[in-house]
Design a protein around this ligand. Structure first.
Ligand code: FE2
Ligand code: FE2
Length: 341
């Protein structure tokens, strides 16, 4: 995947990471279990139930307005039946990573809560676009969106001085983050993130989504998920939800449209994607339970029903990529007809 020089740099950088963040064993086991064709819902529920905190979080989120089930999901087994294996797996993974890196940042240059709002928005946006573009695993798309920029967390946590320099150079030289990372570190957050995902033994399509979310066209096959995350990243940046670090829109890789059979001229196709902005904002309100989790807040005050109350969504700006070199376009106005209503 990476050329030799990069491999060496990545090795040098990652070798200096001591105490690499790990995933809870139950999550690793969950992913293996769900990937096995012989697994039953009962096995999955039994495994999740061995971790009470995870069980509580999964039930809380499964009952939140984000999933919108009219009746209360009272047990993990019920959640597995209602949501399906893939969604439960993605939910468990998302919850674990959010919790692992929740709370405020220790680096003044990096707004971790804004980062999580961006990541959650990208997850919500990916799930939304999955239904619009016909991607068959919206739960997986959600997890991929949550995780796509995880490399930034690693860089911020283990290389705070260098990452501060990256952010500084983006500001002073008007650089896109990938370019600034290359200049300062010789590596990008996509590369570091995909390395971590490999260490965590995440499924290959999630590793690829993290590695190629800024350039899905570099993949010759299985590019759907990276392409989806690429477009989801554009949509939530356009809506200015969260802080993806920096003001510049990423460069658009128009291959992302071709992956989904969209043959329109890229600008027109992107405009259609932006047309889902209002819907994204509505979905974001429902995803407030995730935002609270990222803030390190425990249970919301009165969870006396099936739904959690939609909360206020914050709206800073976004981070960058390679083909669009201009600043963020005007805020969205009105709705554009969807690719799939
Ligand atoms: Fe990114
Ligand atoms: Fe991003």
């Amino acid at each position: 995947m990476l050329d030799e020089q990069k491999q060496r740099r990545l090795k040098r950088i990652t070798q200096s990471i001591i105490g690499l963040p790990t995933l809870p064993t139950v999550i690793t086991q969950l992913m293996t279990l769900i990937d096995s064709p012989k697994t039953s819902g009962r096995h999955v529920a039994q495994l999740i139930s061995t971790d009470q905190a995870l069980t509580a979080k999964i039930l809380k989120l499964a009952n939140s307005s984000f999933y919108g089930f009219p009746r209360e999901i009272a047990t993990v087994q019920h959640a597995v039946v209602i949501l399906g294996f893939e969604t439960v797996k993605s939910l468990g993974l998302s919850v674990s990573v959010l919790q692992r890196f929740s709370g405020p940042s220790d680096n003044a240059h990096f707004d971790r809560q804004g980062f999580w709002e961006h990541s959650i928005a990208c997850g919500v946006s990916a799930k939304l676009l999955a239904t619009k573009l016909g991607y068959r695993l919206p739960g997986e798309a959600f997890a991929a969106g949550i995780l796509h920029d995880v490399g930034k967390l690693i860089l911020n946590q283990y290389f705070p001085a260098e990452f501060a320099q990256v952010i500084e150079r983006m500001r002073t030289e008007d650089l896109y983050i990938g370019k600034a990372e290359e200049l300062v570190l010789g590596l990008t957050h996509s590369e570091v993130g995909s390395w971590l995902a490999e260490k965590w033994n995440l499924p290959g399509q999630l590793v690829d989504a993290i590695a190629y979310h800024h350039a899905p066209g570099r993949l010759t096959r299985n590019a759907e998920l990276p392409a989806l995350i690429h477009l989801a990243d554009f949509l939530c940046r356009r809506e200015r939800i969260g802080d993806g670090v920096g003001q510049r829109l990423p460069t658009l890789d128009s291959a992302a449209f071709q992956v989904f059979g969209i043959r329109e001229e890229p600008k027109a196709a992107l405009k259609r994607i932006f047309g889902y902005g209002e819907e994204l904002r509505r979905e974001m309100e429902k995803a407030d339970a995730f935002t609270r989790l990222a803030r390190g807040e425990e249970e919301p005050p009165p969870p006396s029903g099936e739904d959690s109350d939609p909360g206020e969504g914050e709206t800073p700006d976004e981070d960058p990529d390679p083909l669009l070199t201009h600043a963020l376009p005007d805020p969205p106005q009105g709705r554009t007809p969807g690719l799939r209503p």
